[in-house]
Design a protein around this ligand. Structure first.
Ligand SMILES: [Zn+2]
Length: 241
């Protein structure tokens, strides 16, 4: 898209950060996807058309995220998924409906160019617009080292979602103890420092997602991957539009 290109300033990298980010950039390049990715885009589905009551809050399409601006590759705030993942998400939504709850998604399929944008952002230590809300306790220099930013993402395979629970009646999110994308061990589903209510809500979400066909992730309460994903080794790069 080009509209987020940065001015040519010289950030303050440590030698370690430079070396590590060069490795990360090379990894992103090696996982880039060919023209097959464009063909695949036609096979992904818009989850909002299949999942009852689904609420969309696609953070990387706007500015309310840890970077503080829209991320490359997100041209529309849509939840694109493989048909198998969307069907599993619909199962989870139907499971929760009798409790008066719906699913609210923050991210679904994520193009590899968006992951590359995160890597560029993490390398620029002067850019800390989202720090107060998303990583107040973490030094930006260790976001890679501690695994908060990765050179590739399972989301690019099209069968991973980030989401929470909301009340069907008014769309209000349930308390999960931390916000989405909060870079802290408090976001680990098993963390004991959040309230009992938040822990119970995390369990409720994880149980419904498990029954729907997903597996949870032990470092982020909001992140789930389809157990039998159709493209376990493919990282796509067509834009979300
Ligand atoms: Zn995720």
């Amino acid at each position: 898209m080009g509209k987020h290109s940065r001015p040519g300033r010289v950030p303050n990298y440590s030698p370690f950060a430079i070396r590590y980010s060069l490795i990360a950039t090379a990894l992103v390049a090696s996982f880039g996807v060919s023209a097959a990715g464009e063909m695949r885009s036609a096979q992904f589905v818009d989850a909002a058309t299949l999942v009852p009551g689904l609420i969309l809050d696609i953070r990387y399409a706007g500015a309310h995220n840890f970077v503080g601006r829209p991320i490359d590759g997100y041209e529309k705030p849509r939840c694109l998924l493989t048909p198998a993942a969307a069907a599993a998400l619909a199962n989870a939504a139907r499971d929760l409906a009798p409790r008066g709850l719906v699913l609210k998604v923050f991210d679904c399929y994520r193009p590899t160019r968006a992951v590359a944008d995160f890597v560029r952002w993490a390398r620029d230590l002067n850019d800390s617009a989202g720090k107060a809300e998303f990583y107040p306790q973490v030094d930006k220099r260790v976001l890679f080292w501690e695994g908060y930013i990765s050179p590739r993402s399972g989301h690019s395979r099209g069968s991973t979602v980030d989401l929470t629970l909301a009340r069907a009646a008014d769309g209000r999110e349930l308390d999960m103890g931390t916000p989405f994308d909060f870079f802290s061990p408090r976001s680990w589903p098993a963390d004991r420092s959040v309230s009992a209510e938040a822990r119970a809500n995390r369990v409720l979400l994880a149980d419904a997602m498990r029954r729907g066909g997903f597996r949870p992730y032990d470092k982020e309460w909001w992140h789930f991957t389809l157990r039998h994903e159709p493209f376990p080794d493919s990282y796509f790069d067509f834009p979300v539009r």
